[in-house]
Design a protein around this ligand. Structure first.
Ligand SMILES: *[C@@H]1O[C@H](CO)[C@@H](O)[C@H](O)[C@H]1NC(C)=O
Length: 238
């Protein structure tokens, strides 16, 4: 029987009294997948890319780097082995418990910045509430599959023992373009899809202040005109 049980050991390592920060180390495994990651306030700081066999520092260069020991990738591999061995021990002792599956409870697609036509932006596909991890996410533009400029982060544990994953797509908004994000998960028979229509999301600059200024000026001029009229009329009466 193929078992896909993900065990996640999460620990709050450090909590500051005034501003609460959450420093998390995540170890997870199944027969086919594994995760080892350090996260600070839900931002990925370091993770092991087990497919490429190396560690990844995903933060941009302007962030003050956090230093990790040189042998950290080896440490991640050892943790993955321990996780798999624990998983097998528990499977045997719990006599192959039934699989618990939760399909994603939410799927949202939105742009990182307000949509301005022809200006580089990022589409974000936020999928949450599923168990076990991971999900597969794919993107389309006007019905055609897109792979360039996409990435997906590591599964992040929620408080209710489900997971969240976020996929991103670089895009340049153009009128008429429709994007979609499709999510595959073991608990879903059909992929779940959500779309993003550029036309419906183009940022409309608010014309409120301009209207108020115009109305204000008009009333002001009217006031001056009426005042002048009465002034002239009043002078004539004398
Ligand atoms: C995700 O994609 C991989 C590789 O194509 C595939 O083996 C796996 O079954 C997919 N997972 C789901 C839940 O569809």
């Amino acid at each position: 029987m193929k078992m896909k049980l993900l065990l996640f050991l999460c620990s709050v390592l450090w909590v500051h009294a005034e501003v609460l920060h959450e420093d998390l180390r995540i170890t997870g495994c199944s027969e086919s997948d594994g995760e080892f990651m350090y996260a600070l306030d839900a931002e990925e700081m370091w993770y092991a890319d087990f497919k490429k066999g190396e560690g990844v520092l995903p933060q941009p260069p302007f962030i003050d780097p956090i230093r990790f020991p040189d042998d950290i990738y080896q440490h991640a591999v050892n943790n993955l082995d321990i996780c798999r061995s624990n998983m097998n021990t528990r499977r045997i002792s719990l006599k192959n418990p039934p699989r618990k599956l939760e399909s994603p409870s939410s799927l949202m697609v939105y742009s990182r910045d307000d949509v301005e036509l022809e200006e580089k932006n990022i589409l974000i596909c936020h999928v949450s509430g599923f168990y076990p991890a991971p999900v597969n996410v794919s993107w389309t533009k006007n019905g055609q599959k897109v792979t360039e400029g996409t990435n997906i982060n590591n599964p992040y544990p929620n408080k209710d023992i489900t997971f969240t994953q976020i996929s991103r797509l670089d895009f340049i908004p153009q009128l008429g373009d429709v994007y979609s994000c499709s999510v595959e998960h073991q608990a879903l028979k059909e992929p779940m899809t959500s779309s993003f229509d550029v036309d419906l999301n183009v940022h409309q600059p608010s014309n409120g202040p301009t209207v108020f200024l115009a109305v204000g000026l008009t009333i002001g001029f009217l006031g001056v005109a009426v005042g002048t009229f009465f002034l002239v009329k009043g002078n004539q009466c004398i």
